[in-house]
Design a protein around this ligand. Structure first.
Ligand code: APR
Ligand code: ZN
Length: 233
């Protein structure tokens, strides 16, 4: 990371499990209990918004009380120290923002707001929670949609373009806590490698890019990132 600046970090659900938020694909992950086709696709939402809000209502209860952990804080330290240029996250939990990360790209959106698909009204999280179990648009009455990217939806174009540019310009792309199974985000390591950058992976369990990683650490995100930040003090 010293010899090949700048470092761009790509995080997934694995950086937030130490904050009590389950990930998706590990043995204890969300998709082991809920079928993503029934709860996490735009078609499922349009077909039965109340059922999808039942799922999100449970997630908001968990996410609402969650706080950043050592992993999030170590990334802020590395950003303050000029080592990390930006964090691209797939997470919707706002923990990077709460920890203080400034250069942040939330490519899958976040629970910070929900929006009305008819009239475009945007409602902040606190108001949405007060409108549970099924939040309706205060302006036109239609059921609101959480501003997170569901399967079958396009990612916010500007955000994925920014993420791809950061990956292309990265000397090192440091992947933390992601199975790198979901596209287009899983394509970011290819952008880095294609432009002569290097890949480092900190993840419990395998990813499809392990063979292309110059460094691969199969360990906890919090302890590993804390040790990494310590090397730059
Ligand atoms: N430290 C390191 N790795 C961890 C930790 C931890 N404390 N906890 C979990 N992991 C690893 C898991 O073993 C798993 O390999 O993090 C990885 C998380 O992978 P996923 O559960 O697939 O999460 P993610 O890669 O973020 O999923 C991408 O899929 O469902 C969609 O939109 C959702 O953003 C999500 C996307
Ligand atoms: Zn409306």
């Amino acid at each position: 990371m010293r010899e090949h600046p700048p470092c761009v970090v790509l995080t997934g659900a694995g950086i937030s499990t130490e904050s009590g938020i389950p990930d998706f694909r590990s043995r204890t992950g969300i998709w082991a209990r809920y079928d993503p086709l029934e709860y996490a696709t735009i078609d499922a939402f349009l077909r039965d918004p109340a059922k999808v809000w039942d799922f999100y209502g449970k997630r908001l209860a968990v996410l609402g009380g969650a706080r950043p952990n050592d992993g999030h804080r170590a990334l802020v330290e590395l950003e303050d120290g000029g080592v990390v240029r930006a964090v691209v996250t797939q997470n919707i939990d706002r923990l990077h923002e709460l920890a203080g990360t400034r250069a942040l790209v939330e490519v899958h959106g976040s629970i910070r707001t929900s929006s009305c698909l008819d009239c475009g009204t945007v409602v902040p999280l606190a108001e949405v929670v007060a409108l549970l179990p099924v939040p309706h648009c205060p302006a036109c009455g239609r059921v609101l949609k959480p501003d997170v990217v569901m399967f079958g939806e396009l990612l916010p174009a500007a955000r994925i373009a920014r993420a791809e540019q950061l990956a292309r310009e990265a000397g090192v792309l440091l992947v933390v806590g992601s199975s790198l199974e979901v596209h287009p985000v899983a394509g970011l390591p290819l952008e880095t490698l294609a432009n002569g950058g290097r890949l480092a992976i900190v993840n419990r369990g395998a990813t499809p890019f392990d063979g292309r990683a110059g460094v691969r650490i199969d360990a906890g995100a919090g302890a590993t990132l804390t040790a990494l930040a310590g090397r730059f003090q």
